[in-house]
Design a protein around this ligand. Sequence first.
Ligand code: UPG
Ligand code: MN
Length: 397
Amino acid sequence: METAAAAATATTVNGPYNSFKIMHKPFMWFTSQSFRTRPIASEQFPEMLEKFEDDFPVLDVFICTADPYREPPGNLANTILSVLAYDYPTEKLSIYVSDDGESELTLFALAEAARFGVHWLPFCRENGVVERCPDAYFSSDNYAENSQLHKIKLMYEIMITRINNVVERGKVNEEHISNEDEQEAYSKYSSDGFTPHHHPSIIQVLLANNKDKDITNVFMPNLVYISRQKSKTSPHHFKAGALNVLLRVSGIMTNGPIILTLDCDMYSNDPSTPKRALYYFLDQSIWPNLAFVQSPQRFHGLNWADIYASEFKALAHANPMGMDGLCGPNYMGTGCFFKRRAFFGGPSSFEQQEMIQDHVVNKPIEAQTILEQAHQMASVNYENQTNWGSQGMLYKS
Ligand SMILES: O=c1ccn([C@@H]2O[C@H](COP(=O)(O)OP(=O)(O)O[C@H]3O[C@H](CO)[C@@H](O)[C@H](O)[C@H]3O)[C@@H](O)[C@H]2O)c(=O)[nH]1
Ligand SMILES: [Mn+2]
């Protein structure tokens, strides 16, 4: 009897599952047919950008990271360098990194990326490098061996070794600290009462585009580290909360009308990406109704033989073309250029004068008033006292 009962139970569990296995393919096929009704293939025309050459919009790039052990800081440094080296006017480019792991190890990776970046950016420019993520570049065989290459590769390896050593020790030691400012920055993580779940905000400007230059005397883009305030008594809303803080802090510091969101476990594989996104943003015929431009994602290591050539053709190419003909593709959570204006217009819009759409920031990123306001934007109280996140779908969906 017992055996029969067990078998009967197994049948009832398997029944619906088997039906699902049989039915899900036709169901998937059926639901995707709407994407075949009006696919749109778009093309970009480089000459279109020429008339805007001196007037490119300010671009703010957001990178999220949350755990220095699960998301290695060496990879984050590579992500940062791939966008820091974009083919875009450096005075119009800012990289904001949100660290939800609240870790000095992550700050150290940013500091190292900034130090190596002053060599890497000119190297990429002079050699027309396409893969501007150093790890991807050095892992390819797409370069000529020469002394300049050996020098930059050695610098890269030293940077990665330093980052990995610090991660292994779990601490930034004296030997890695070169001045008092750095000492002060790293000491914040061991100050009294600091825990990952309860601590004040930490904002560090690693590179400022009005004072830091590369080795060829060209100004570097901005690079900013943000560990938002956390409190045991307030929910932090994970990545959504991090993106909201990045939106507000960048609004105070640079207020770029175009925003790119990235995760720390990916890199940009084409330096012309922001300019290619601009073809859409600067096209007056589509600009008023355009909220975001989503890039396709490629995944490495999906399976051993990489039979998909790192691509999800249906999900990343075919379906979005079809969605474009309906009302637009979905946001894939990363690799997406947004119009900042698209985030405003709801009830939380204009609570802060500085964040209105046309506000032009005319103070240096490290000005005392800017830093004070930025800390206020990264505080738990700011969100508790306003409608940010409490209205609309965001945190409640
Ligand atoms: O408290 C947190 C938790 C996560 N993250 C960041 O969020 C990103 C995505 O998290 P991950 O765990 O890597 O999720 P995935 O499943 O790989 O991400 C895919 O799916 C997510 C959920 O749809 C999207 O947010 C991502 O953009 C998309 O790449 C990473 O950069 C994390 O560092 C934070 O910033 N704060
Ligand atoms: Mn991920």
